[in-house]
Design a protein around this ligand. Structure first.
Ligand SMILES: *[C@@H]1O[C@H](CO)[C@@H](O)[C@H](O)[C@H]1NC(C)=O
Ligand SMILES: *[C@@H]1O[C@H](CO)[C@@H](O)[C@H](O)[C@H]1NC(C)=O
Length: 152
């Protein structure tokens, strides 16, 4: 019987740990006392050698991170905090590449906050020749967008 209660307690701990949401205000919770890791929005350039990927991202809170040129095998990162319900953060990015910068795509929800503010989330968008791939917290989610081509 004691053994059963013990197992139940362990199961509850794991369950709680998994669902816990940590932010600056609940650092006193033991699960959160390492603080709240920043969330990461990342754009990787895995195009052909010498291709430059042009990226500009902005949020629904009027934050604009400007234009960035990302070299092949390089990455560009934005570190951000979530703000929770009522102030949900959404970042969008414009990605462009090509001789005449003719290939482009807009990722409208490159990073989207949850209703409870989370920590340590990561969204990686990987630009490849055939399109843009997503990795969510290091889990591959596959091809999300093909490149659109502007008429010359
Ligand atoms: C990227 O920059 C262009 C040119 O300034 C602008 O029109 C566009 O809204 C920007 N896109 C994003 C997602 O910030
Ligand atoms: C890209 O092309 C698709 C299909 O033609 C279109 O639905 C989409 O709106 C285009 N995206 C942009 C950012 O123009």
């Amino acid at each position: 019987m004691n053994y059963l209660i013990f197992m139940l307690a362990i199961a509850m701990c794991f369950g709680l740990n998994e669902g816990i949401v940590c932010n600056i205000d609940n650092r006193h919770l033991p699960q959160c006392n390492v603080g709240c890791l920043m969330n990461t929005l990342e754009i990787q350039n895995k195009l052909n050698p010498n291709s430059i990927l042009k990226v500009n991202c902005s949020s629904n809170k009027n934050e604009d991170d400007g234009l960035h040129e990302v070299k092949v095998n390089d990455k560009y990162q934005i570190f951000l905090r979530e703000r929770g319900l009522g102030s949900r953060i959404v970042w969008r990015c414009l990605l462009r590449h090509g001789h005449k910068v003719e290939n482009f795509q807009i990722i409208w929800r490159a990073y989207r906050g949850a209703s409870g503010s989370r920590c340590g989330q990561k969204r990686s968008w990987i630009a490849r020749v055939d399109g843009i791939y997503l990795e969510k917290d290091s889990k591959a989610k596959g091809l999300q967008y093909h490149w659109n081509v502007t008429k010359q």
